[in-house]
Design a protein around this ligand. Structure first.
Ligand code: ADP
Length: 275
């Protein structure tokens, strides 16, 4: 069974004139790392919401098609059933903190306490998530004293403690410095290697190229194409969709070498005569 199956998904926000998701179809295998690329307004956030049940449950707009999470049809199930399977991480990690808690441990425990998870089980899960996200040494620290990268990893740990099969991240590194962004990408890659399905909307296209198995390119609510990073970056029309090709692809273009060999460009450049 596919981890995610999206069939002819259409969605219009309440009161809006046009569909911001327009006839989108794709499937995702368990453990895949899928990147969603596209300029501002392309529909990336709305697609993240549709996969986590916020659309249409929360926004209550008009919709068509189907979204399946495993065997569960998102439109016809309650948010509780969906959130047990899908975790959503937002752009701004501060917005995800409960604020009422004093330590990282308490922050991660908060959601589990609300679910009534027994104490021992809760402790095991928190330990595991802190290990996975490499934040064990931050256990007793106040979340609001952390760096952006550390805080985003706490936000991811809080979501992972709920044991979702699928982790959806909406531009989780856009407010982080390069080091914080790298920490988050590496942590997410590890979760993917452990079998968690990852969907990540991201503006940093070079990062998506480095980490994702496949990329969905969106524009004006439509899915323009999907493919491996090499397939996506061998297209000549990325600029039309507000996506700047990675620097190696641009360099390959201007050197008139094959763009799909762009990943080997550092080696090619090294071997080129300098005089
Ligand atoms: P992206 O994440 O790629 O920037 P979004 O999904 O945020 O794209 O936005 C897609 C379109 O939906 C944009 O035209 C945006 O203005 C519109 N939109 C987003 N949120 C709402 C909302 N709550 N109500 C009405 N329109 C919205």
């Amino acid at each position: 069974m596919k981890s995610i199956r999206v069939e002819q998904l259409k969605y219009k926000y309440p009161g809006s004139e046009h569909f911001v998701l327009d006839d989108i179809s794709f499937t995702v295998e368990r453990g895949d790392f899928i990147g969603i690329a596209g300029e501002n307004g392309a529909g990336k956030t709305t697609l993240c919401y549709a996969l986590s049940g916020l659309v249409p449950h929360f926004f209550k707009g008009s919709y068509g098609g189907n979204v399946f999470i495993g065997d569960l049809e998102v439109y016809t199930h309650s948010m509780n059933e969906i959130t047990a399977r899908v975790g959503l991480v937002f752009e701004n990690p501060f917005s995800q903190m409960t604020g009422a808690k004093f330590t990282v441990y308490d922050e991660i425990a908060f959601g589990l306490e609300n679910l009534g998870v027994p104490r021992e089980e809760m402790h095991r899960r928190i330990q595991k998530c802190m290990q996975q996200l490499k934040i064990e040494e931050l256990r007793d620290v106040n979340p609001f004293s952390l760096s952006g990268g550390q805080l985003q990893r706490v936000a991811i740990a809080s979501v992972m403690a709920m044991k979702p099969d699928i982790l959806i991240l909406d531009e989780p590194t856009s407010q982080l410095d390069p080091q914080g962004a790298e920490e988050v990408f590496q942590a997410v890659e590890q979760l993917s290697a452990q079998g968690v399905t990852i969907i990540m909307a991201e503006q940093k296209i070079e990062k998506l190229a480095a980490y994702s198995d496949r990329i969905l390119l969106m524009n004006k609510g439509k899915l323009i194409c999907e493919g491996t990073p090499a397939e996506i970056f061998s297209r000549n029309d990325l600029d039309d969709y507000g996506v700047e090709p990675p620097v190696y692809t641009s360099a390959a273009r201007s050197l008139k070498i094959r763009q799909d060999s762009a990943a080997t460009l550092p080696v090619v450049l090294e071997e080129m005569p300098t005089s």
